[in-house]
Design a protein around this ligand. Structure first.
Ligand SMILES: [Zn+2]
Length: 295
């Protein structure tokens, strides 16, 4: 279990053992927190036939099927786009009848905050009166995107980002020993967003590449035009990193030049929203501001 979920997870297990766990749980928290890992662990425990005080036993038939990704009573709903009414109806249909393993049934709705209104309405009855031995786990990053009727019928758990030290420890345990607090901040302190940026090159420009590039700009080794053409696909990300650096600098210095750099970034971010803009030109303009007034 992820260390920052240990306490909430233990509470779920205690309530599960005393048969007081709510049948509909809504787990909300920022993107990249690891909500899926928590939901999977909880589902495994809900389905386990020899539950222990620590959670699933890991050895029973149910746990083995779960580990093999083959559990007949575990139904995760994952949708690339908005979750439509047919997807929800399909999920609910799988909950009818008794569990194949004679125990619990679990439906996990990923990105529940993307459910359409019709999909949400289709879920209401099941949330209110689920079939026997049924648990629903809804995952969301934007609570306010859910209908009030969904919110009122689920037990809400707002999951918070771990403290900086805890995230850095966890990243070190994943083999990333040299992550700086600045890098964490660049990814909104989100553990899995940082991890993905370090491990997945297809994620685009990483914060450390950005820092190296800015250092080359400051030393004159790279020009703003060179950097801008290299970074045009990550233009918005580059400008928001520069904007937050400028903001931090201004808070310390209170110099008008630093405020102007910050406000220039803000304008540039708006320009990026216009269709057909030349991203390289916008980015060159921003980088020029920082070349003259280094961070
Ligand atoms: Zn088990």
């Amino acid at each position: 279990m992820l260390p920052w979920f240990q306490s909430v997870y233990s509470q779920f297990i205690r309530r599960l053992q005393s048969q007081t766990l709510h049948h509909a749980l809504l787990l909300s928290g920022p993107v990249g927190l690891g909500k899926t890992a928590l939901a999977d662990e909880l589902a495994k425990s809900l389905l386990c036939k020899q539950l222990t005080a620590q959670g699933s036993c890991g050895a029973c038939q149910s746990c083995q099927l779960f580990a093999a990704g083959n559990h007949p009573d575990f139904h995760p709903l994952v949708s690339e786009k908005q979750i439509g009414v047919d997807t929800i109806r399909g999920g609910i249909a799988k909950l009818s009848g008794t569990a194949q393993l004679g125990h619990n049934k679990v439906l996990v709705i990923h990105h529940a905050d993307t459910m359409t209104e019709a999909a949400s309405n289709a879920l209401l009855k099941t949330l209110e009166e689920p079939t026997t031995n049924t648990y629903l786990i809804l995952l969301a990053s934007k609570l306010n995107a859910l209908l009030p009727t969904i919110l009122s019928r689920s037990e809400k758990h707002v999951l918070k980002l771990p403290a900086e030290g805890e995230t850095l420890n966890w990243l070190a345990g994943q083999g990333h020993n040299d992550v700086t607090p600045a890098t964490l901040k660049a990814y909104g302190n989100s553990p899995f967003l940082v991890k993905a940026s370090l491990e997945d090159e297809s994620k685009g420009l990483s914060f450390s590449e950005f820092q190296e590039g800015i250092a080359r700009l400051m030393s004159g080794a790279d020009s703003s035009v060179q950097l801008a053409s290299k970074w045009q696909d990550s233009g918005k990300q580059v400008v928001s990193w520069l904007q937050s650096a400028a903001h931090e600098k201004y808070v310390q210095s209170l110099l008008p030049a630093d405020y102007e750099a910050y406000s220039y970034c803000q304008q540039a971010l708006k320009h990026f929203e216009h269709p057909g803009v030349n991203k390289t030109v916008i980015l060159t303009g921003v980088l020029d501001v920082f070349a003259v007034n280094p961070l």
